[in-house]
Design a protein around this ligand. Structure first.
Ligand SMILES: Nc1ncnc2c1ncn2[C@@H]1O[C@H](COP(=O)(O)OP(=O)(O)O)[C@@H](O)[C@H]1O
Ligand SMILES: [Mg+2]
Length: 263
């Protein structure tokens, strides 16, 4: 369908072992789909498969990726990366080249859109302002180690948006951040979704993140999607034991918070 990025019947294998099977997801403009599930359930591999970026040794042995109703082959997927679909990963620090300034990171990405030095710098400053930096000109000259984890995560989001993608895949974007920075990054994603009409896939194991930002939720377990529902429906009427267990763990944590703060 027009405007959508769909994954149908995804199957991934490594050395004869099935890691992900029969996974279907649909991203829509302006909507956040949360992908939740325990560690090792297949969330990251599913996300990477949407970009045709699987790690060595992992093969796609089934499934189709469909953009605007058109199935994408390998070349089609390569052309989508960055331009139609942006990616934000978990550990900001390991995603940057430590010996290259922030400006050069932008320059390399923006070169793909034909922007040269001056124009690339102007665009980088705009993008950094869009992700909440009050003084972007101070940021572009810095090296990654001169920025905090939360700042780097916002820079990574700005880089992911540099080529104006319609979809953003965010794989545990706040896991390595403290609570205050997590909230900042989530607010930012919410604003970008509204302002740019982005379709977002938000991978997380944190149900408070889901409650805050998601429209729909897909629950993964053992490489499969076991439940998929609108967010309110899932919180009120979880159908699968896996989902109930996630909700119970979430509620236990929430109830633990006030006493933790008091202590
Ligand atoms: N490069 C790889 N080669 C072989 N198996 C892998 C590779 N990457 C991940 N896996 C396996 O695939 C499964 C799903 O991994 P992953 O998608 O990273 O899970 P999640 O992101 O939900 O924690 C796990 O069992 C993991 O061990
Ligand atoms: Mg993962």
């Amino acid at each position: 369908m027009t405007g959508r990025l769909e994954l149908v019947g995804l199957r991934l294998e490594a050395a004869g072992r099935v890691l992900v099977d029969d996974v279907a997801l649909c991203l829509q403009p302006g909507k956040v789909l949360a992908l939740v599930g325990a560690s090792g359930s297949g969330k990251s591999l599913t996300t990477l498969a949407l970009l045709g970026l699987l790690p060595p040794g992992v093969q796609r042995t089934g499934g189709r990726i469909i953009l605007d109703g058109i199935e994408q082959d390998t070349a089609g997927l390569a052309a989508l990366r960055g331009r139609t679909v942006g990616l934000v990963q978990q550990s900001p620090r390991s995603s940057f080249n430590p010996v290259v300034t922030i400006e050069r990171h932008f320059r390399e990405t923006l070169a793909l859109a034909g922007l040269r030095r001056g124009a690339a710098r102007t665009r980088a400053l705009e993008l950094l302002a869009e992700v909440g930096f009050d003084h972007p000109a101070e940021i572009v000259g810095r090296y990654p180690f001169q920025l905090s984890g939360g700042m780097l995560q916002r820079v990574m989001i700005a880089l992911a948006l540099a080529l104006d993608p319609r979809f953003l895949l965010a794989d545990e974007p706040t896991t390595d951040l403290d609570t205050v920075l997590q909230a900042q990054v989530l607010d930012l994603l919410g604003r970008l979704r509204a302002r740019r009409g982005l379709g977002v896939l938000l991978v997380t194991h944190d149900l408070s993140v889901v409650a805050r930002l998601a429209d729909h939720v897909a629950v993964m377990a053992g490489g499969r999607i076991v439940e998929q529902a609108a967010v309110g429906e899932l919180f009120q009427r979880p159908r699968q034991p896996v989902t109930r267990a996630l909700l119970e763990a979430h509620l236990a944590l929430c109830q633990g918070e006030p006493s933790e703060l008091a202590a």
